[in-house]
Design a protein around this ligand. Structure first.
Ligand code: ZN
Length: 64
């Protein structure tokens, strides 16, 4: 496991405090998913869905 995981719902790196994925985590992901770009896309898409869900929760209350 990496120390550079996302802190939700603010999406900063738990390891270095940069916006997630930070430079270190991006490099780790490239190594972890080397030769498997589709798997990396699915992983990042799942992260994006999580972020979108959180954003929608905040936006819904303001519309009307
Ligand atoms: Zn980091």
């Amino acid at each position: 496991m990496t120390a550079h995981g996302p802190v939700l719902p603010i999406w900063v790196c738990a390891g270095c405090g940069s916006l997630w994925p930070c430079r270190i985590r991006r490099r780790e992901l490239l190594i972890e998913y080397e030769g498997a770009p589709v798997s990396l896309s699915i992983y990042m898409a799942s992260r994006l869905v999580s972020a979108s869900t959180i954003s929608v929760d905040h936006e819904v209350s303001g519309s009307g």
